[in-house]
Design a protein around this ligand. Structure first.
Ligand code: HEC
Length: 288
């Protein structure tokens, strides 16, 4: 007579254990959201950024000012000037979004980092699909203050004029890279979710490597109504090309959305931000 009750209890205990051991997303309703407006950057590689004759911010950058210090509140207007072809875009795509406001949330549970991005799907341009498989992709990069220029310039440190899809680029295999980059220290951790394809966990050092990382647990995304929500679960620890994350520390963080079936440089990007693990930063992942 006691037997069924005991085995039921055992089953419940086992289920509770299993749930505790596996990654469970936090209660997002309790996590503050930081608004970050990603914008269309056109052709604005690091070489353009630092060339004093072309970019008004070059001098300030050399003095250590960050992109966000000058531009954080105007990325939507920058995107408009660029996407229209008024500036920095030799091949404008009609109807492409200038900028996308994104809500970013982060939390951790001592074992995993959880990141959540949500945004309203902009109108489609109707242009030819560059990536016929994926309507949308979202990538983020992490870096631990080892690459020169990243605390101020974010992902731009990996964005160069000779990368594929840049006008006049000669090598269509050349992706983003870090000058002097190596897995020994100067690299960005790079994770990407794709609407259709498998998510990837790689890095950017002297070249971009799409896979091989050990930190990504899962990435998923869905469109509900007109709103996309993309969530990553990533171990705090990691392997080769993964930035190991520790409570009390903060890391350089940036992300990009490939909207409207786009590829390569035709993405919307964030300026450089910081992500803190239980540490004060632009975006803080607090323990839940
Ligand atoms: C010290 C302030 C300052 C900093 C720091 C700075 N910029 Fe600028 N940026 C400017 C000014 C001023 C302009 C407008 C005039 C021009 O084009 O030179 C500008 C223009 C631009 C433009 C062209 C679009 C537009 O609206 O004119 C882009 C793109 C841009 N900056 C990106 C960046 C990025 C990315 C960084 C960091 C890697 C950065 N800037 C850092 C001051 C700055």
């Amino acid at each position: 007579m006691h037997k069924p009750a005991a085995s039921l209890l055992a089953t419940l205990a086992a289920a509770a254990l299993a749930a505790g051991a596996s990654a469970a997303e936090p209660d997002w309703g309790k996590v503050a959201a930081r608004k970050v407006t990603v914008f269309y950057p056109g052709v604005s590689p690091m070489e353009w950024i630092l060339k004093g004759t072309e970019h008004g911010g070059a001098r300030g950058m050399r003095k250590g000012e960050a992109c966000t210090g000058c531009h954080e509140d105007e990325t939507a207007d920058m995107g408009k000037r660029i996407v229209s072809g008024q500036k920095l875009e030799p091949a404008p795509i009609k109807g492409k979004a200038a900028a996308i406001p994104v809500s970013v949330q982060a939390a951790h549970d001592g074992a995993n980092l959880y990141l959540r991005f949500s945004w309203k799907q902009p109108a489609a341009s109707g242009a030819a699909k560059q990536d016929a498989d994926n309507q949308v992709k979202l990538a983020f990069m992490l870096e631990e203050n080892r690459i020169e220029g990243v605390p101020t310039g974010g992902c731009w440190a990996a964005c160069h004029a000779d990368a594929r899809t840049m006008p006049g680029a000669k090598d269509d295999k050349k992706t983003k890279y870090v000058v002097g980059g190596s897995l020994g220290g100067k690299y960005f951790d790079l994770l990407q979710w794709k609407a259709k394809g498998k998510p990837s966990d790689g890095y950017v050092a002297d070249r971009r490597v799409a896979d091989g990382g050990k930190a990504l647990v899962s990435a998923s995304g869905r469109l509900a109504g007109d709103t996309w929500t993309v969530t990553f679960t990533r171990k705090l620890s990691g392997g080769e090309g993964d930035v190991a994350l520790a409570p009390g520390k903060s890391y350089n963080f940036g992300f990009a959305i490939h909207d409207d079936w786009s590829n390569g440089r035709f993405h919307h990007v964030s300026l450089g931000y910081t992500l803190g693990i239980d540490a004060k930063a632009d975006i803080t992942a607090a323990k839940q």
